[in-house]
Ligand binder design. Sequence first.
Ligand code: KIV
Length: 271
Amino acid sequence: MSTHKEVKRITTHTLQKLKLKGEKISMLTAYDFSFARLFDAAGIDVLLVGDSASNVMAGHETTLPITLDQMIYHAQSVIRGIHHCLVVVDLPFGTYQSNSDIALASAIRIMKETGAHAIKLEGGEEVVDSIKRIVSAGIPVMGHLGLTPQSIYKFGTYNVRAKEEAEANKLRNDARLLQEAGCFALVLEKIPATLAGDVSKSLEIPTIGIGAGPDCDGQVLVMHDLLGINTEFKPRFLRQYLNLHESITGAVQQYISDVKAKDFPNEKESY
Ligand code: KIV
């Protein structure tokens, strides 16, 4: 007897099949129960509990300050909201770079304490040993190349990466190494579309692009950007599907004015 509800869940193998079929993968960030439930019910393939929570949930300038405990809290909330999508959780800055023992311990904490299905970490050759250890422990790993926000102080800007041949070649090599190390997918962030297309074609595992053009095997956006909650952030790659900033501001202003005018609550809204 199974104790699990019979729902068709998306797994890392589903993503591999989607790539083979040529069907694009949809991925979006989520950080809490309510949005995760909405996105899952809408049919999203993958939810990423991104360390962008540091920016959009906690208001930090970079992704560096968020802790493993805080990522675990967000991931636990997301997991409670989903029934079918794959949930991937970022290992935050400082929880995997020192050595592969620490990386494995961080990944195990995420899997054990949240019920998530995979972890993501940033970097190429320098994190290959950690990826191998984590994958050997049975934990699926998503890689992340190109603009890796945890290295923002090394890059100095959020500009497009790998425009020069040397960096493009390193990225091609890193992508191959990550696939060989056992990654099930790779995020490619803010790199030229032609490079992302070449890498996607050369790999067996799917690539998920953000600011990396149409030829990746899937696309990811930060939910606050897609929904138009952040109006200050308008990079070229972003398609904003809603203007929630305007809708929410309007709704809250209307509420304030109804309260001040003693219009809310009315008789029907009272006991
Ligand atoms: O943390 C995040 O939201 C991410 C995506 C931008 C890919 O890593």
